[in-house]
Design a protein around this ligand. Structure first.
Ligand code: SF4
Length: 392
């Protein structure tokens, strides 16, 4: 097995067996771990506290106990998180930080305290008007409160120096994974939809220092091999996440290459950099203030423009909307950007998903039909190769 494929296989293993990966790192480093509910939980603060931040992005287990607390019309990610918390999957965590962006997260935060009492809950409330001075001040106060809670757990102060070091490390991680995202479309076979997803997702279960090193090495290995020709169509994904793997396999089967994404689990996590702030907490608050996501209030409704730019910059043939069932924030955005993409003549495919799906046959038919339609029209892009593959 080549070094390239070995790194990919290690990252796939982490992504498929996150519990095992996290426990292994805890044993090796002696660090405590803190669970980070989606979205934009301040991992940098947890890292600066000397603990391991662990992403909590649901799963595919059967829901049995979580139904006691959450109705079946809540999104599958939160039902899964609660189910796994109640069944002891997360018992290695010392605490979980739960932001309260949407109605479901608000409920889960309260439910978790009762349903999973063995794991400490640290709620986080984010300001709606985040790009104002009051929003930044509020955010830094919230971070300070979280810091106090984490300090009480470790008995050690989280210093400004440690916070700045952690922010620098996370900025390095973001730069590295952005390079991977930029190049993945040039390797539609080696980095097919399933692999691309696994490589990115593994980052939620690793120490970001080690993960960045692995991704850096992966990029170096990719430079040694020629880019690959895509046989079908090029798309931009938008939504919360693109799972289960059976869905990703359908993209691969139908020659659909993901050339960019606007997914909360993927690029939305790392596309924004820290660019101002007088101190560490302000730097985090300002970064948060300029992030774009359906979860974060945006008066200007820029998602349509962002998607149009992603299509244009990546010479994509269309946009695939992976709509998480029962996700209000994503559903609210949809009519607005749909109209804008239609006006631009950008082909769209709307797929309703859940993390665990008994059958993907309906999705298969829709993806096949979309691919055939787009290939037939061949509206935007006729060439399929880019010579400047490593010019990111
Ligand atoms: S934003 Fe959507 S997917 Fe995420 S927790 Fe809320 S309802 Fe669920």
């Amino acid at each position: 097995m080549s070094r390239l494929h070995k790194i990919i296989s290690e990252l796939e293993e982490i992504s498929t067996h996150p519990g095992r990966a996290v426990r292994k790192q805890m044993e090796k480093t002696g660090k405590k771990a803190v669970g980070c509910f989606p979205y934009y939980t301040p991992e940098e603060i947890i890292y600066a506290a000397g603990m391991l931040p662990v992403g909590m992005w649901g799963g595919q287990s059967e829901i049995k106990q979580a139904d006691t607390y959450l109705q079946s019309f809540c999104c599958s990610i939160m039902r899964e998180n609660l189910e796994q918390g109640m069944s002891g999957v997360y018992d290695m965590l010392s605490a979980v930080i739960i932001p309260t962006y949407c109605d479901t997260l608000k409920c889960v935060c309260e439910n978790w305290k009762v349903a999973v009492p063995q794991i400490k809950t640290i709620p986080m409330v984010y300001p709606q008007n985040r790009a104002t001075s009051a929003g930044v001040a509020y955010m830094t106060d919230e971070y300070r409160r979280v810091i106090k809670e984490l300090e009480a757990m470790t008995g050690a102060e989280i210093t400004e120096t440690e916070l700045l070091k952690s922010i620098a490390l996370y900025e390095g991680y973001r730069r590295t994974i952005r390079k991977f995202v930029a190049i993945s479309g040039h390797y539609p076979k080696t980095l097919n939809a399933r692999v691309r997803h696994a490589v990115i997702k593994a980052g939620f279960f690793c120490d970001k220092k080690n993960y960045s090193t692995m991704i850096g090495e992966l990029l170096s290995e990719l430079k040694k091999v020629p880019s690959e020709k895509s046989e079908g169509i090029r798309v931009v994904l938008t939504g919360i996440l693109a799972e289960p793997d059976a869905l990703l396999d359908l993209f691969d089967e139908n020659g659909v290459t993901i050339v960019a994404d606007d997914l909360a689990q993927e690029s939305r996590q790392f596309r924004t950099s820290v660019d101002m702030g007088e101190n560490a907490l302000e730097m985090l608050a300002y970064r948060y203030a300029i992030q774009e996501c359906s979860l974060l209030y945006d008066e200007a409704k820029r998602r349509g423009t962002l998607l149009k730019d992603l299509v244009k910059d990546n010479r994509a043939d269309g946009v695939v909307i992976v709509m998480m069932k029962f996700c209000d924030p994503e559903e609210f955005d949809y009519p607005i950007y749909k109209k804008e993409l239609e006006e631009e003549g950008i082909p769209m495919l709307y797929l309703e998903i859940e993390q665990k799906m008994d059958s993907v046959e309906q999705l298969r038919t829709r993806i096949q039909a979309f691919t055939e339609m787009v290939m037939h029209k061949s509206l935007f892009y006729n060439g399929k190769e880019n010579d400047d593959v490593h010019g990111y």
